[in-house]
Each structure stands twice: as structure tokens, then as C-alpha cells.
Design a binder for this molecule. Structure first.
Ligand code: SF4
Ligand SMILES: [Zn+2]
Length: 366
């Protein structure tokens, strides 16, 4: 007689169920993209451990994330922008880099000292970006001060980081940890790894930092997701506060970027949003978390994308730009006093939401 196994039990439940739903939603996408063009590129300024720097952010168009092909994270629509067929050649990736350098020349006064490369997946995954391309990119940016590359923790190792630090470039690996709470990461975000894997990646970065022997620094930048689906506003804020504290306490992790969830197309969050089951976080919550964690031993920043819109983090529309400005100011100066200078009537509504919102509010009587 067949015995139930954990695998069988998981079929159609938990992560398997999330993946089934996400695969179905993602399969509706029809757009396809040119592998010789980056997904996006822009110039900005960023706070780094060495102060504020001009930055060039590149979203490389690679084959997309492996985990997304299995189903993937409930809020992530990036795969909808990746190339059909799942892999991009060395030549095409280098063409994308050239397009980004041209953009920088046309729009910037001088070369940005901070380069950030995101791939809608993992830059350090050999299947997305092969060793040859990785090294060529390290050569291309050898004269810059700092580089940030995005990766899932599994692919972080000291040798790969060393390919950048050997040029004297300070190197950070950005990891989409989303939350330090495994239960929330697994059940709300549908992301498979554990906090322990993040800690291992931080340890690899710390080793790479030692290997670099003072020539360059290596570290980890943790990306957190404020308010994944299925959490109330207050649960989401509490989860972020404890996550920031836990990340800041890990050796090798010097920056935490806490980003409010926005509603992207072809995601589970999008489905929930249309059925009134999801609201992106309040900007007041973002400000609250930044204020509460201002004294941790790490730089904490937040970049609310799509702020003020219904699908992005928002307050009442009247004060969105003001609070966003305060958040951006905090990013650069790390001074929580900036939040004392913003106020609006809708703060009262937010306080009620924080106090009264419940994931399950029925039955109302018993
Ligand atoms: S958030 Fe990252 S790991 Fe999750 S599906 Fe998107 S690209 Fe993949
Ligand atoms: Zn307001």
C-alpha cells in the first residue's frame, strides 16, 4: 500500500499551490523583448558606506529567474519582461552594457562611481550570466569605485565576488531576502530559501572582503519587501522592524533596502488587488519603520516605487509627494528628524488601520 510522503502531501498545497497559481498567471504574458536592449537604465544618486554617489542602474535583460519559471514570488512581475527562450548570449549581454554606457555618456556629466546591475534574477547564476560575461563586465567597470550586483543567496561565493574586488572595485551583492522571517518569506512571498542561507551568503562576502586584503570592500545589501500579501498593515510594519534589526546584526551585511510592495502585472498580488484583497503599504508605515530602526548598525534606505498611485505605496494623495521626499531625504542623511516635519490629516486614518486591521475579521460576533 502506498504511504503518504511529505512530497505528496505538499502537492496542491503550500508552496506547490502558490507555484501552480503563479505559473498560470505568468503564462498570460505575451510581450517579448529584444535581447540586445537592457530592460531599463537610469542615472540617480545613492547612499553607500562611503557617502552619497552618482549611480548608474542597469536592469539587464537575461533569461529571467529560474525560480520565476517554476512559479515564483507572489509579487514579482519582472519575468514578464525577460527574454523568451530563457537565455541570452554573451554578445547580446555586452550589447546591452554598451547601450547603458551610451545612456550614461549622453545624460551624465561624468562616469558614475556606483554601478548597480540587476537582472530580474541572479547576476551570479552561471545560467543567466556566464563566467566570460561576468568577467568582461568586471573589466568594463574596473575604473569605477563600487558595484552592486543582484543575486539569490545560493549563487554567492567568494571567488565570484573576487573577480570584481581584484580590480579594486568595492563590491556588494544585493540579495532579495524580502524578510528575515522564514514563515513570511515562504508563505506570503513564496520564496524558497531560508534566513540561514542569507547568513551563509553574508559569510561568503565577509571571506571575499578578507581576501581583498584592504584593496576593496565586499559586502551584502539586503533587499526587504514591505507588506507582502496576506499580512495586515501592522503585521507588515512589525515584520519589517524585526527584519531590519536581524539583518543589521549579521556580519557582512552593511545596508538594508526596505522596499514597499507595489502591484505588478502578471502576479498573485495583482489578482488579489483586483478582488480587493490587497492594498500596497501606506507611506506612513514606511516612515514609521525607518524611524523605529534609525539606530541599527547598518544603512537603512527605502525607495518607494510608484508612490502616490493606487498600485504603489500611498497615503491620501495630498501628502504622498511630501512623505516620499522625506523618505528620500532620510535615505541620504539617515536622520529620522525629517519625519517630524511632515504631517497630514490622513495620519489618523493610518493609525486606525494599524490598530484595527485584521487578516481575518469574521465572524464579528459570537
Ligand atoms: S523576486 Fe527574484 S526570486 Fe522571486 S521570482 Fe522575482 S526574480 Fe525570481
Ligand atoms: Zn495625507
Amino acid at each position: 500500500m502506498s504511504q503518504p510522503t511529505p512530497e505528496v502531501y505538499e502537492q496542491g498545497k503550500g508552496m506547490d499551490a502558490h507555484n501552480q497559481v503563479m505559473r498560470e498567471i505568468r503564462s498570460r504574458k505575451e510581450a517579448s523583448y529584444d535581447p540586445h536592449e537592457p530592460t531599463r537604465v537610469w542615472l540617480d544618486e545613492d547612499n553607500t558606506p562611503d557617502g552619497v554617489k552618482q549611480s548608474l542602474t542597469i536592469i539587464l535583460n537575461t533569461g529571467g529567474c529560474r525560480w520565476a519559471r517554476a512559479g515564483g514570488c507572489t509579487m514579482c512581475g519582472y519575468v514578464a519582461e525577460s527574454v523568451d527562450g530563457g537565455s541570452v548570449s554573451h554578445e547580446a549581454l555586452m550589447n546591452q552594457i554598451d547601450v547603458c554606457l551610451e545612456h550614461e555618456q549622453e545624460n551624465g556629466d561624468e562616469p558614475a562611481q556606483l554601478i548597480k546591475i540587476y537582472t530580474s534574477g541572479s547576476f551570479l547564476d552561471e545560467r543567466e550570466v556566464g563566467a566570460k560575461t561576468r568577467r568582461a563586465i568586471a573589466d568594463t567597470f574596473a575604473d569605477r569605485e563600487r558595484i552592486v550586483v543582484e543575486s539569490l543567496p545560493d549563487f554567492v561565493d567568494r571567488e565570484k565576488i573576487g573577480e570584481f574586488t581584484q580590480h579594486g572595485i568595492d563590491t556588494d551583492v544585493a540579495i532579495g531576502l524580502e524578510t528575515a522571517t522564514d514563515r513570511v518569506r515562504h508563505d506570503c512571498v513564496n520564496k524558497y530559501f531560508d534566513f540561514a542561507d542569507f547568513e551563509d551568503a553574508c559569510a561568503e562576502a565577509a571571506l571575499a572582503d578578507e581576501d581583498a586584503d584592504g584593496k576593496a570592500d565586499a559586502g551584502i545589501k539586503a533587499y526587504l519587501l514591505m507588506k507582502p500579501p496576506f499580512l495586515t498593515e501592522s503585521e507588515a510594519a512589525a515584520d519589517m522592524i524585526s527584519s531590519i534589526e536581524r539583518c543589521a546584526a549579521v556580519e557582512g551585511c552593511h545596508t538594508v533596502s526596505m522596499n514597499p510592495c507595489n502591484v505588478q502585472r502578471y502576479t498573485m498580488v495583482d489578482e488579489l488587488y483586483f478582488d480587493d484583497g490587497y492594498r500596497p503599504p501606506w507611506l506612513w508605515s514606511v516612515a514609521h519603520v525607518l524611524e523605529e530602526t534609525a539606530d541599527v548598525d547598518a544603512i537603512v534606505v527605502s525607495d518607494p516605487v510608484g508612490h502616490g498611485s493606487d498600485r504603489g505605496p500611498h497615503n491620501c494623495q495630498e501628502c504622498d509627494d511630501l512623505v516620499q521626499k522625506a523618505i528620500k531625504d532620510f535615505d541620504l542623511r539617515q536622520d529620522p528628524a525629517v519625519f517630524e516635519q511632515v504631517s497630514c490629516e490622513c495620519e489618523r486614518t493610518w493609525e486606525v488601520v494599524m490598530e484595527r486591521e485584521r487578516s481575518f475579521n469574521q465572524p464579528l460576533t459570537r
